[in-house]
Ligand binder design. Structure first.
Ligand code: FES
Length: 106
C-alpha cells in the first residue's frame, strides 16, 4: 500500500498506508489528520479538502480536471501551483512516499 505523509499546519506528521484507489482526502479523514474538512464528502463542491503536494511529487499525480481547477479558485487558503483537492487525487503505486501539507485554513 502506498505510504502518504500528511503534515498538518502546526507541523504534526501522520504517516499513513492507503489502499490503492483511496483518495488523499479519505486517508486524511480516516486517520484524523486535522485541517481537512471535506464538507461535501468528496463531490468536488466545497474546496475544504485543499492540500499542498510537495513539489518533487507533482509529476506523479494525475492531471487535474477542469472541475477541480475551478473549485480550487474558491479555496480559503492561497492557491499555489502545488494546490490540489484531496478528494480528486486517488492514490496509485507510483505515489508511494509522497508528502502532503495541510493549509492554514479551509
Ligand atoms: S471534499 Fe469537497 S471538494 Fe473535496
Amino acid at each position: 500500500m502506498p505510504k502518504i505523509t500528511y503534515i498538518e499546519n502546526n507541523g504534526t506528521e501522520h504517516q499513513v498506508d492507503l489502499p490503492m484507489g483511496a483518495t488523499i482526502m479519505e486517508g486524511a479523514i480516516q486517520n484524523d489528520v486535522k485541517g481537512i474538512i471535506a464538507e461535501c464528502g468528496g463531490s468536488c463542491m466545497c474546496a475544504t479538502c485543499h492540500i499542498y503536494i510537495d513539489e518533487q511529487f507533482l509529476d506523479l499525480l494525475p492531471e487535474m480536471e477542469e472541475e477541480e481547477n475551478e473549485m480550487l479558485e474558491a479555496a480559503n487558503a492561497p492557491r499555489q501551483n502545488n494546490s490540489r483537492l484531496g478528494c480528486q487525487v486517488r492514490v496509485s503505486k507510483a505515489m508511494d512516499g509522497i508528502i502532503v501539507r495541510v493549509p492554514e485554513k479551509q
